[in-house]
Design a binder for this molecule. Structure first.
Ligand code: HEC
Ligand code: HEC
Ligand code: HEC
Ligand code: HEC
Ligand code: HEC
Length: 205
């Protein structure tokens, strides 16, 4: 038996089996593979392979323990999604090509960076069939009465109409307002550009 810190790759091989199931949407799915399942001879073969073969089937939690911990946090989006929709990591982080590039050289032997680059989960992932597959009108109706986005002049904007306001606003992502592993405040999304606390431009300068 190898020492604990060498378990990563056998776990990754186990995850191959579990993650095949993952691909499709938000229907409830099985959890992460468990360490207690133990490696079988086939998986030990996999353990001898180079670590660069990262894929969506890799067990993410072995390295990303911080994000994994949020999936049991009822106050955070990741926890809500795990409980109510049975999501796992790759339901949302599904851009295999982009992530494979990010993970080149990540073999679990180095320390995890303190701060990770901001990652993108596309609106189309959130709006996939079985998830939030709502039209713009339906999304708008969900937040018609929400007043979180009220500026210092008293102008209130429906948060779900912001992305369609002008071309510049279409770059705003669902996840800018709906963080999954962290608390987010929708109004914070605006202040980077609306620096004067007013939802307008070209009025002062
Ligand atoms: C062997 C360790 C390891 C495993 C396993 C692993 N990651 Fe990572 N991941 C890293 C490291 C290291 C970084 C930071 C890379 C960098 O910034 O250069 C990272 C970065 C990321 C990022 C940040 C995006 C970015 O552009 O930097 C995301 C998202 C991510 N990983 C998702 C996943 C998912 C989903 C899985 C499981 C399918 C996974 N990771 C499995 C080590 C790992
Ligand atoms: C319901 C969708 C969803 C699920 C499930 C999910 N994530 Fe995320 N993840 C996001 C979003 C959205 C962001 C960017 C905003 C944020 O940080 O919340 C993100 C950001 C990240 C990042 C970038 C660093 C960071 O903290 O911003 C990593 C790494 C990551 N997720 C790993 C994971 C791992 C590992 C799992 C499974 C244990 C997982 N995610 C499950 C949606 C999800
Ligand atoms: C500008 C900020 C913002 C953006 C962008 C945004 N939302 Fe929201 N959303 C909110 C706010 C604020 C609420 C109401 C408070 C809450 O439930 O968090 C909300 C509510 C929701 C709800 C209802 C939650 C519930 O409790 O019933 C869903 C579902 C939702 N948003 C999905 C999405 C999806 C999918 C996208 C991307 C297509 C998106 N949102 C983009 C701010 C935003
Ligand atoms: C990336 C920069 C950026 C962000 C982020 C941003 N805005 Fe804007 N916003 C602008 C610019 C620039 C204009 C002026 C019109 C234009 O050129 O698009 C504008 C105009 C507006 C207008 C007037 C629209 C019109 O029809 O003239 C409203 C309302 C508004 N923003 C609300 C918001 C709210 C609410 C948020 C946060 C959820 C937000 N904006 C986030 C850049 C931004
Ligand atoms: C309520 C008045 C007001 C509104 C509305 C306003 N600004 Fe400004 N802006 C200012 C003032 C005052 C300054 C100069 C002082 C400062 O930097 O805060 C400034 C400075 C700037 C600068 C720096 C200019 C330079 O030469 O350094 C940029 C860029 C800018 N604003 C962009 C915007 C954008 C984009 C919007 C709309 C999203 C906007 N502003 C809306 C008052 C406003």
């Amino acid at each position: 038996m190898k020492p604990i810190k060498r378990l990563r790759k056998p776990l990754a091989a186990l995850a191959v089996v579990a993650a095949i199931i993952i691909a499709a949407g938000c229907s409830p799915q099985g959890g992460e593979p468990k360490a207690t399942e133990g490696p079988n001879p086939a998986e030990q073969t996999a353990a001898a392979e180079p670590a660069s073969d990262w894929s969506l089937a890799t067990d993410c939690a072995t390295c990303h323990s911080a994000e994994a911990a949020t999936t049991t946090e009822a106050s955070l989006g990741a926890g809500v999604h795990a409980t109510t929709a049975g999501t796992n990591c790759v339901t949302c982080h599904n851009d295999e090509a982009a992530l494979a590039t990010v993970h080149q050289g990540a073999d679990g032997t180095g320390a995890m960076p303190k701060k990770l680059r901001k990652t993108t989960v596309e609106a189309q992932t959130c709006q996939a069939a079985g998830c939030h597959d709502l039209s713009a009108e339906e999304l708008g109706a969900l937040t018609a009465d929400i007043t979180d986005l009220t500026d210092s002049k008293g102008t209130t904007v429906n948060p779900h109409e912001v992305m369609g306001l002008t071309a510049g606003h279409s770059d705003i992502a669902c996840s800018d307002c709906h963080g999954m592993h962290r608390e987010t405040v929708a109004a914070d999304t605006c202040v980077g550009c609306h620096h004067a606390g007013v939802y307008e431009c070209n009025t002062c300068h």
